[in-house]
Design a protein around this ligand. Structure first.
Ligand code: G1P
Length: 320
């Protein structure tokens, strides 16, 4: 197990309340086959969206929502993710000598203030449920924690992000939360789909989860509300994961363990997000995220707008 510390204390770092929600597990051991060959020698989580790797957006989202212990579940060939969040003394010195203060600040703060990064290994690709279970030693039975999937980039108001709102619902309702978004009916097979008893929560709200199914066929899907990769779960899910058999795709699914939890009477909510979701684990999603965030970034916005205008006026690129 490896640990990196940003070295700067957050205001609530020292509190030790067993019910405090401060740990997030981010599984980064996936092979990234949907973005090959780009991900052959570079982890898919390190592919850039404008000027930061996708994983940095996810870590920043976590820390902004109050999570301070970032647990990466990693594998061989993924060391650059840990390096990205570590100090690079040589680079710091070069940037400091050249007076490049803004860049120095950016490279020094890849891991936001107050956060600590811990990594554990998943030595076999047995599925998302198995990846989460690999971090079991770091989660107490009575301790609630979050899971964030690093492919899914959510662009929402950073002051009041979907994750922050979901954490607020967790505190208000005192129960686990699963973030969802409605997807077109012909896409339900790609996701975990939830059943809220015919009462889907309105955007920005949460409601009781009755059941969930991993990658159902179109005719079996209980709704079109898809799990988007942000979860707040009770620590006892680890016990259930230990006995969860391989499910959809022959993999140990987190969805199946949550399903058992709900079936045994535990209250969980589905929370409907409102931001823009980009699946950066596939080519189109990664390109869309670059386009959308590139249009907002102060250094690239003007050029991007001009380029898009040129494409639209010219028409030839779009008609191909
Ligand atoms: C995983 C989850 C699924 C969720 C999806 C979101 O599937 O198992 O429930 O809807 O992430 O991206 P994967 O995409 O890893 O197959």
């Amino acid at each position: 197990m490896k640990r990196y510390d940003s070295g700067r204390k957050s205001s609530h770092e020292e509190r030790r309340n067993p019910k405090m929600l401060n740990k997030v597990i981010i599984p980064v051991a996936g092979l990234g086959t949907r973005v090959l060959p780009a991900s052959k020698a570079i982890p898919k989580e390190m592919l850039p969206v404008v000027d930061k790797p996708v994983i940095q957006y996810v870590v920043e989202e976590a820390v902004a929502a109050g999570f301070t212990q970032i647990i990466l579940v990693t594998r061989s060939g993924k060391a650059s993710i840990e390096d990205h969040f570590d100090r690079n003394a040589e680079l710091d010195e070069v940037l400091a000598t050249k007076g490049k203060d803004e860049l120095l600040h950016a490279v020094r703060n890849t891991l936001p203030a107050g956060a600590q990064l811990i990594s554990v290994r998943q030595d076999q690709a047995l599925g998302l449920g198995h990846a989460v279970l690999c971090a079991a030693e770091l989660i107490r039975d009575e301790e609630d924690f979050a899971v964030m999937l690093p492919d899914m980039l959510i662009d929402s108001d950073s002051q009041f992000s979907d994750l922050k709102q979901m954490v607020a619902h967790y505190h208000e309702h005192q129960c686990g939360q699963i973030m969802v978004e409605s997807v077109p009916e012909d896409q339900v097979e790609r996701y975990g789909i939830v059943d809220c008893g015919g009462m889907p929560p309105a955007v920005g709200t949460s409601s009781k989860l009755h059941n969930l199914v991993e990658k159902p066929g179109r005719s079996e899907a209980p709704s079109n509300l898809a799990i988007v990769g942000r979860y707040i779960l009770p620590g006892k899910i680890m016990q259930l994961l230990r006995t969860t058999q391989a499910g959809a795709g022959g993999e140990i699914q987190l969805t199946d363990a949550i399903k058992s939890l709900v079936a045994s009477g535990d209250l969980l909510h589905a929370f409907t997000m409102s931001g823009e979701l980009y699946d950066c684990g596939n080519k189109s999603g990664l390109l869309q995220a670059n386009l959308a965030l590139g249009l907002k970034h102060s250094e690239t916005s003007a050029d991007m707008k001009q380029f898009i205008e040129t494409i639209l006026n010219n028409g030839t690129l779009l008609s191909k």
